[in-house]
Design a protein around this ligand. Structure first.
Ligand code: BGC
Length: 800
């Protein structure tokens, strides 16, 4: 027995009793006469079959009827079939399933991805029906709406698809922090700010779970790089760990209490998150009050017994040797069966409320037409207008367009890997223009289409569904065709496309930075249009941040629709034509150069050994043991650029509109709690078109003893569509926790004494009004139970 197990065996047994609801149930049958399903066909109503009993007691009873073998089955999923893309017989293409226990009449639960919509197979063997799901905008685009009500609507639509396709647990939303623009899965995540991430995730959770199906917030925690992700050890000092990386999850749990959480692949501070009992029991359950189940990511971690011990209830996708390891650990006394019961309690409680257990008659016919409209609305509201000179936008309805860039003709709806969706169609920019009857220069379209078809035919077919194919070479438009295009059109549109997905991080060259071919296309097309006195608009169909500073002067406007899902082209054209006034704002900073990011030199970590390692199950994941020091500490995203006075291309919170807004009459109302405030602000539309504005509240806290960013977002809100000359009063609640910093010394969240300046504005750098309040004495907002330090302190950057 290792010392780790000696230390924790008792702790979990004790924690287990309280966390699992106290007394041991012995009675397992009931004499109450009631309508019930005799699931185990023993002629009596067992407690677990009694619909009148509470879920806790029913789950306890069911667990008491399981053999150790059956328990090991329920604690691990049914496995993974790579070629079938998934592990559910009931819903092909779903990512996994729990075991059924037919003797007890217990069905399997089906688990399916993912953040941009439900990922299942669109077709099935021997079946002529189709099973398409809606591709909604990627999470980064949803966050750019800053509209939690709209994101809840997206969740609502996703939830209907989850339920009507027979799925119980949705493996979304993803909510890791955008700390470095090259992280391969940023598109699945919302923001560099934990408040935005937490509230967006909660909105999806609440929308989906209103349907009586579950969500899984992921990846808990610090899944901020894909390189060697199964062997990556993130070293994070405690203040940054709590204020930045854990905080979003804490906010989401408080606002939505999701059914499930997925731990990450990586280690944090030396321990796999799925094997970290302090993280899962003390922080997640005791401190954050999380009540649901915890599952692993697929094939994560290296010890099933340690995962059980840590309170990682469900191991996915689940392998036979993991079941055997659990059984052996119980038999040899290194793992208590009561610990398993505790894990099972949370799985069975989830099972009992699932549609599968309750025999929900799913239709396989969600309302895809209605959801396409939700996707379009969300995509349009997530479009961020980065630049708009000389009123290049909106275009008039009779404007003739010539579309450049391969991606104009083949829009990228979303990223690859588990965050992908099998949608029925994707509306490209050019399709969107056609749908809106905006004339498109046909000869250019024909040339692009022919070139792309020829190039695509040369590409080898994808080896796996999650393979990220390299982009086609950019079509080089012949001089004569360019002249014809300039002559025949009023505006040149140039789309730059980027894709990314799990298993690899993005690259600096030809990905974050534009390719030479793209840069020369921008230069040539712009020069030709400008010579003719006509404007050029660049469109960034990307899942994440790209370099813009070196080329933005060439173009008149830059529009960022991100990857807007299957309706992306229609949504973008709604914005280009002014049908929708852009109200998206950046929830992640666009730096001037990659090297400006404070983790540019350390991302994604350094190998700690030269040995190449492979995952033991499917042998697809290859990497090295690595360590990634989070040297930026709490200075992530705008917290860094702002505090260290590093200029950026487009700051956090930024985005233009076709109208102008002013913010006035800012008031700050104290409450009974000396560190809680209600802020009000009047927002007026001073321009000529209706539109929505996002108002952001940042705080500058007093210098005090704890490191602090010069500004942190503490609240935000969005207006309804305001008519010209009209005003809306917005209200913001600022909690003490939002003002507090984490003190490692005091083991507490503390609001330090001094002046707090609230900045109310249009972005992190465009502040309209400021109000300062004084908090005379330091306030301990919350004590913590766990200590979360790295093996050795990380040497962090500091503004002094
Ligand atoms: C991803 C998860 C996903 C799971 C199941 C993993 O590779 O990291 O986010 O939910 O696969 O598809």
């Amino acid at each position: 027995m290792t010392s780790f197990f000696k230390r924790t065996l008792l702790a979990c047994a004790v924690a287990g009793v309280s966390a699992c609801g106290g007394s041991n149930t012995t009675s397992n049958t009931s004499s109450v006469e009631a309508a019930f399903t005799d699931r185990n066909q023993n002629g009596v109503m067992d407690d677990y079959e009694n619909p009148a009993l509470d879920v806790t007691s029913r789950a306890k009873n069911l667990i008491s009827l399981l053999s150790l073998e059956q328990k090991a089955h329920l604690l691990t999923g049914t496995g993974f079939q790579l070629n079938n893309v998934g592990g559910s017989e009931k819903v092909p293409g779903a990512a996994g399933s729990t075991f059924a226990i037919p003797e007890l009449g217990i069905p399997a639960m089906v688990l399916a991805d993912g953040p941009a919509g439900l990922r299942i197979s669109p077709t099935r063997d021997n079946d002529t029906a189709s099973y398409f799901a809606t591709a909604f905008p990627i999470a980064t685009a949803l966050a750019s709406t800053w509209n939690t009500a709209l994101v809840t609507q997206v969740g609502d639509a996703m939830g209907e698809e989850v339920k009507e396709y027979g799925v119980d647990l949705f493996l979304a939303p993803g909510m890791n922090i955008h700390a470095n623009p090259l992280a391969g899965r940023n598109f699945e995540y919302y923001s560099e700010d934990p408040l935005v991430s937490g509230l967006m995730a909660a909105s999806i959770v609440n929308g989906v779970e209103a349907h009586g199906v579950g969500t899984t917030i992921k990846h808990f925690v610090a899944n901020n790089a894909e390189t060697s992700r199964m062997w990556l050890d993130a070293h994070i000092n405690e203040q940054a760990y709590r204020e930045i990386y854990l905080r979003g999850f804490e906010i989401a749990i408080e606002a939505s209490q999701p059914w499930a959480i997925m731990t990450s692949y990586n280690k944090v501070n030396g321990v796999y998150t799925s094997q970290d009992e302090v993280l899962l029991e003390t922080v997640l359950r005791d401190e954050f009050g999380y009540e649901g189940l915890v599952m692993t990511d697929w094939f994560a971690g290296d010890s099933a017994p340690a995962q059980m011990q840590a309170g990682n209830d469900l191991i996915m996708p689940g392998m036979p040797d993991q079941r055997q390891a659990i059984i052996d650990a119980v038999n040899n006394g290194t793992l208590l069966e009561t610990t398993l019961d505790c894990n099972l309690q949370r799985i069975v409680e989830t099972l009992l409320k699932s549609p599968s257990y309750n025999d929900y008659a799913y239709s396989n016919q969600p309302d895809l037409d209605a959801h396409a409209q939700v996707a379009r609305q969300a995509a349009a509201e997530g479009v961020v207008l980065l630049k708009n000179t000389n009123h290049a936008l909106p275009i008039q309805s009779d404007t003739k367009i010539a579309a450049f860039g391969n991606t104009s003709y083949d829009f990228i709806a979303g990223g690859t890997g588990s965050g992908d969706v099998n949608e029925a169609y994707t509306v490209s920019l050019v399709d969107g223009l056609n749908n809106a009857n905006v004339p498109v220069f046909e000869p250019l379209k024909e040339a692009y289409t022919a070139f792309m078809a020829a190039e695509a035919a040369k590409r080898p077919p994808k080896k796996h569904f999650f393979e990220l194919q390299s982009p086609l070479p950019e079509f080089s438009v012949p001089e004569a065709l360019l002249s014809d295009a300039v002559e025949a059109s009023d505006v040149g549109l140039i789309t730059i496309g980027r894709n990314a997905g799990e298993f690899q991080d993005r690259k600096l060259d030809a990905d974050f930075n534009l390719t030479d071919a793209e840069l020369s296309m921008i230069a040539q097309v712009s020069a030709a249009y400008h010579k003719a006195g006509k404007p050029v608009v660049a469109v960034l169909n990307t899942g994440g941040v790209v370099e813009v500073a070196s080329w933005r002067e060439h173009v008149d406007a830059i529009v960022l629709p991100w990857q807007g899902g299957q309706e992306a082209g229609n949504a973008l054209v709604d914005v280009l034509t002014g049908k929708v006034n852009p109200s998206g704002r950046l929830a992640t900073t666009f730096p001037l150069a990659y090297s400006d990011n404070p983790t540019a030199t350390v991302f994604p970590g350094k190998p700690t050994s030269e040995e190449t390692v492979k995952d033991p199950y499917i042998g697809l994941f290859v990497g090295k043991h690595m360590q990634f020091d989070y040297v930026d500490g709490i200075y992530v995203g705008y917290r860094y650029y702002d505090t260290f006075n590093v200029p950026v291309a487009y700051e956090f919170g930024y985005g233009l509109s076709y109208t102008d807004f002013s913010i006035s009459k800012v008031t700050v109302q104290p409450s009974e709690n000396p560190a809680e405030f209600t802020i009000k602000a009047a927002v007026s539309n001073k321009g000529k078109l209706p539109g929505k504005e996002v108002v952001q509240v940042y705080v500058t806290a007093p210098a005090g003893n704890l490191p602090k960013a010069s500004k942190s977002l503490v609240a935000f809100n969005k207006t309804a569509s305001l008519q010209p000359d009209s005003t809306e009063m917005l209200t913001f609640s600022v909690t003490a926790k939002q003002l507090a910093s984490f003190s490692e010394q005091q083991r507490a969240w503390v609001v330090e004494a001094g002046d707090y300046t609230f900045h109310v504005g249009h972005s992190s750098q465009n502040i309209a009004q400021q109000v300062t309040v004084n908090i005379p004495e330091s306030i301990v907002v919350e004590k913590v139970l766990a200590t979360l330090t790295p093996p050795a302190p990380v040497a962090e950057i500091s503004p002094q």
